[in-house]
Design a protein around this ligand. Structure first.
Ligand code: NAD
Length: 297
C-alpha cells in the first residue's frame, strides 16, 4: 500500500466475549455495517447476542476463520492469552487482533510481540464509559500500538467510541485504562465513605449528592453513580466488582514494578481485593457500599 492509498477497514469482524460490554459493542459494529460474528464460551451469552440481532458461531474457529479483525472483550489478560492461543491456528494470515478488554499491560506487550512476530497485527484498545456508553457508541477508547495498525481499525473504533486516544506503544492503552480505573475507584470509595459518615451524622444522602455535584467534591461517582445505583441500591450499572478489583490491582502492580511509592493505591488495591473476596462473585462494583457498611459492624 502506498502512503496515499485509502485505508480499507476490515469488513469481517469477530467479537470474542459477548458479556456486559461485548454484546453492546458487537451490536454497534453490526449497526455500522460490519459483517460481525460473535462468540462466547457461554451459550446463554451467545443466545442473548443472537436475540438482539447479532450472528453467532458455535465455536471460536468458525467465528474467526473469515475475520480480518478479531476483537477480544474478555475478563482479563490471562483469559485473553488463553483465548488467543485457541483461536490462533484458525486466523486468516495478516489478521489484526484488537484486545479491548482491560488487560495487564506487561502481558499485553508480550502477547502483542509474539503475534506481530508471527505476521499478525495487534492493538490494545480498552474502553471506558460502561455499558450505557457502549450501547450508545460513545465510549472513550485508549489505543496502544503501531500507528498503521490503529489506522486500519479506525472505522471499527469509531463505531464504538467518540473519543479515541492514541496512547503510544503496545500496552500503553492497557496501562492508561488501569490508571483510569484506579482514579475512578479511589473517587468511588471516598464518595461512599462520605455518604456513610454523612448519613450517620444526619445528612440526607440525596442532598449530599447535590451539594457534592455543585462543589469541589464532584467526581464521576457523585455524578453518575451515587443517586443512580448506590443510594437507590439498584447496584445495576453492569460493571462487576471483581473486574474493578483486577484493574486497581493492575495499576498498583505497575507502581511496584516501576519502583514508585503509592500508599493510596496500595490501600485501594487491598480494599477492592478484600471486597471481592467478601462479596458474591456477581456483585456490582457499586456494592462496595455493602462491604464498607459491613466494616462498621
Ligand atoms: P463479562 O464478565 O460480562 O463478559 C466477559 C465474557 O467473556 C463472558 O460472557 C464470558 O462467558 C466470556 N468468556 C470468558 N472466557 C472466554 C473465552 N475463552 N472465549 C470466549 N468467551 C469467553 O465482562 P464485561 O463486563 O463485558 O467486561 C469485559 C472486559 O471489559 C473486562 O476486561 C472489563 O474489565 C472491561 N470493561 C468492562 C466495563 C463494564 O462496565 N462492564 C467497562 C469498561 C471495561
Amino acid at each position: 500500500m502506498t502512503a496515499s492509498s485509502p485505508i480499507v477497514p476490515p469488513a469481517a469482524v469477530a467479537v470474542i466475549g459477548l458479556g456486559n460490554m461485548g454484546l453492546p459493542m458487537g451490536l454497534r459494529l453490526v449497526k455500522a455495517g460490519f459483517d460481525v460474528t460473535g462468540f462466547d464460551v457461554s451459550e446463554a451469552a451467545r443466545a442473548k447476542f443472537a436475540a438482539a440481532g447479532g450472528r453467532t458461531a458455535d465455536d471460536v474457529a468458525a467465528a474467526v476463520e473469515s475475520a480480518e479483525a478479531v476483537i477480544t472483550l474478555l475478563p482479563d489478560g490471562k483469559i485473553v492469552r488463553e483465548a488467543v492461543q485457541t483461536l490462533r491456528p484458525h486466523l486468516k494470515p495478516a489478521a489484526i487482533l484488537v484486545d479491548m478488554s482491560s488487560s495487564d499491560p506487561i502481558g499485553t506487550r508480550a502477547l502483542g510481540e509474539e503475534l506481530i512476530a508471527a505476521g499478525y497485527a495487534f492493538v490494545d484498545a480498552p474502553v471506558s464509559g460502561g455499558v450505557r456508553r457502549a450501547a450508545d457508541g460513545t465510549l472513550a477508547i485508549m489505543a496502544g500500538g503501531e500507528g498503521a495498525a490503529i489506522d486500519r481499525i479506525a472505522a471499527l473504533l469509531g463505531a464504538m467510541g467518540t473519543q479515541i486516544f492514541r496512547t503510544g506503544a503496545l500496552g500503553s492503552g492497557h496501562a492508561m485504562k488501569a490508571l483510569n480505573n484506579y482514579v475512578s475507584s479511589a473517587g468511588l470509595v471516598a464518595a461512599v465513605e462520605a455518604l456513610l459518615i454523612g448519613r450517620k451524622f444526619g445528612l440526607d444522602p440525596g442532598l449530599m449528592t447535590d451539594v457534592l455535584n455543585a462543589s469541589s467534591g464532584k467526581n464521576n461517582t457523585t455524578e453518575v453513580k451515587l443517586k443512580q445505583f448506590i443510594i437507590s441500591e439498584t447496584f445495576a450499572d453492569g460493571f462487576p466488582l471483581r473486574l474493578m478489583a483486577k484493574d486497581v490491582r493492575t495499576a498498583d502492580d505497575m507502581a511496584h514494578a516501576l519502583g514508585i511509592a503509592t500508599p493510596l493505591a496500595d490501600l485501594c488495591a487491598q480494599l477492592w481485593d478484600a471486597a471481592a473476596r467478601d462479596l458474591d462473585e456477581k456483585a456490582n462494583h457499586t456494592q462496595v457500599l455493602r462491604y464498607l457498611e459491613g466494616l462498621g459492624g
